[in-house]
Design a protein around this ligand. Structure first.
Ligand code: AMP
Length: 254
């Protein structure tokens, strides 16, 4: 596996699958690498903690980073190229063009500017890597909706694949931020997947999930459309860590 830090050094021949990431790899990332490996000539994983999508400076400062470990995991999963640019490479002096994704749902309202940063970096990555397919996790459901919309609206011609959320045995969705939870916070965090799972099939899943959150204060609980699927999504804060999760309440992922 090659680690590439500059756009000029990227030389890709063949059908490319791109997995955009912010690193601190776990089994959720690995599931995307494996899906990309199964249907492309070349698999590129980007590793870029995108400052533009952080709406809280403290979140950016303490975001887990371990490139050495990430490189080992990516190589072992069949990633061909780990594209790990610096912030200056992605946003050189004078950078001033941004993608405005328009409607971004409850998650967008809770995190002003976040999806502008996400859409902009994804468009840049699509232009830099020119993938046939790009791979995203259902866990970030609103991100999937924003990227799909952008691909349609801007005629990008990239096929967007969505993979199911990978969870720990106890049901907590894997997230790079989980390492920031203390053991007791992690225990409380389980209230989120449990509330969502328990609300599937309820007449009013939003009310059912809210009622089951067991003292966890939600930023929001909402239902959103994801292609053919209706997804019950929520964000909660546990201590200083913000967690998101969702479950499908109707239909299936496209
Ligand atoms: P991140 O590095 O957190 O920005 O995530 C990179 C990609 O991995 C995004 O498309 C996420 O939706 C996806 N991802 C994150 N956590 C999971 C998970 N638990 N299961 C499946 N995909 C995930």
């Amino acid at each position: 596996m090659k680690v590439v830090r500059t756009i000029g050094e990227l030389e890709l021949d063949g059908e490319v699958g791109l997995v955009p990431t912010m690193g601190a790899f776990h089994a959720g990332h690995v599931s995307l690498f494996e899906a990309a490996r199964a249907e492309n000539d070349i698999v590129v994983a980007s590793l870029f903690v995108n400052p533009a999508q952080f709406d809280e400076e403290s979140d950016l400062a303490r975001y887990p980073r371990d490139e050495g470990r990430d490189a080992e995991i990516a190589a072992a999963t069949g990633v061909d190229v780990l594209f790990a640019p610096s912030a200056d490479e992605m946003y050189p002096a004078g950078f001033s063009t941004w993608v405005d994704p328009g409607s971004t749902g409850s998650e967008g309202s809770a995190r002003p500017g976040h999806f502008r940063g996400v859409a902009t970096v994804c468009l840049k990555l699509f232009n830099i890597v020119r993938p046939s397919r790009a791979y995203f996790g259902q866990k970030d459901a609103q991100q999937v909706a924003v990227v799909r919309r952008m691909v349609l609206d801007l005629d990008l011609g990239v096929r967007v694949r969505v993979l199911p959320t990978v969870r720990d045995e106890d049901g907590l969705a894997l997230s790079s931020r989980n390492v920031l939870l203390s053991p007791s916070e992690r225990e409380r965090a389980l209230g989120l997947p449990r509330a969502l799972a328990g609300a599937v099939g309820a007449d009013d899943p939003v009310a059912a999930a809210r009622a089951a959150l067991n003292g966890l204060e939600p930023d929001y609980v909402d239902v959103l459309d994801l292609g053919g699927a209706r997804v019950l999504a929520a964000a909660v804060r546990v201590g200083s860590v913000r967690l998101i999760d969702n479950v499908i309440v109707k239909g299936a992922l496209p």
